[in-house]
Write a protein that binds this ligand. Sequence first.
Ligand SMILES: CC(C)(COP(=O)(O)OP(=O)(O)OC[C@H]1O[C@@H](n2cnc3c(N)ncnc32)[C@H](O)[C@@H]1OP(=O)(O)O)[C@@H](O)C(=O)NCCC(=O)NCCS
Length: 204
Amino acid sequence: MATRAITNTIVYRQYTGESDLPHIMSLVQHELSEPYVIYTYRYFLRQWPHLSFLACPNENSDPVGVIVCKQSMHKETQNRGYIAMLSVHRDWRKRGIASTLVRRSLAIMKLHGVEEVVLETEFDNSAALSLYESLGFIREKRLFRFYLNGKDAFRLVLVVPPNSEDQQDDIDLSPVPARPLFLAPPRMIPVPPLPYDADEPSAR
Ligand SMILES: CC(C)(COP(=O)(O)OP(=O)(O)OC[C@H]1O[C@@H](n2cnc3c(N)ncnc32)[C@H](O)[C@@H]1OP(=O)(O)O)[C@@H](O)C(=O)NCCC(=O)NCCS
């Protein structure tokens, strides 16, 4: 069962399956320059559904914000999180939705021993740079003509100290929604798998 939390009337919930996909694609396609194909969305959402969250104005409304992430071992030595997509509908910005989505994904990554979290954003995306830097990310390097539109990117990184705990009191993180995939066994927290793929027989 997905976890839910209500913060300032916004309902935050995990990705629940393919029925969320059209909303996620709509939110991302309208705002991010990269033309992702549906397989890219499924690559992330089917393997790391527990790291993707949606923000909805209420329980029954369509999402107005989304974050899509992954977490895996980098070069077999580093437990690395990656924020692939983040988008908030224009009518719902500047209310803390994006920062809450990022913090929720980070909290789950931390439960699974993440050591660093990385992402790329366009070098002139001042909103995203300001958002991530306010959460502790730093600019690691500039990537020349990284995007298909020819723009440079900044790679941002957040170094996560061992045993760091999430300070967000208003988020209910139980039950821990995670699947033991792609993570270092010694640092795993044993939790039962979730039924995300019940209607997606080809997912695993
Ligand atoms: C970037 C984006 C996700 C921010 O969403 P949001 O819900 O408005 O962000 P928040 O309300 O959580 O803002 C948190 C902080 O981010 C920064 N920020 C957000 N929007 C900003 C803007 N337009 N200009 C400058 N700083 C901004 C501020 O530091 C803000 O804190 P404050 O409100 O205390 O000043 C949203 O503008 C968006 O969807 N943009 C298009 C897609 C995109 O660029 N995604 C990121 C790609 S990696």
